[in-house]
Design a protein around this ligand. Structure first.
Ligand SMILES: [Zn+2]
Length: 65
């Protein structure tokens, strides 16, 4: 996928410090991201389905424009 969705924000709770991490979808493209608050390594794998659903929804909305 290209960066069509890079501006779309996505939010995940950090499994370690429990803070909400809000970043553009493109930020989650990596398998492992680090929490901006506690630097914990977070696997994006378990959020993948939700991420893809958000991307799909975003693409669908864009097509209608
Ligand atoms: Zn954290």
């Amino acid at each position: 996928m290209d960066n069509l969705f890079s501006n779309e924000l996505f939010e995940i709770p950090c499994p370690k410090c429990k803070k909400e991490i809000q970043k553009p979808l493109s930020w989650f493209n990596k398998d492992i991201v680090s929490c901006p608050f506690c630097k914990a390594a977070i696997s994006t794998r378990k959020f993948r389905a939700k991420l893809q659903a958000t991307e799909k929804e975003s693409a669908r909305v864009r097509k209608q424009l």
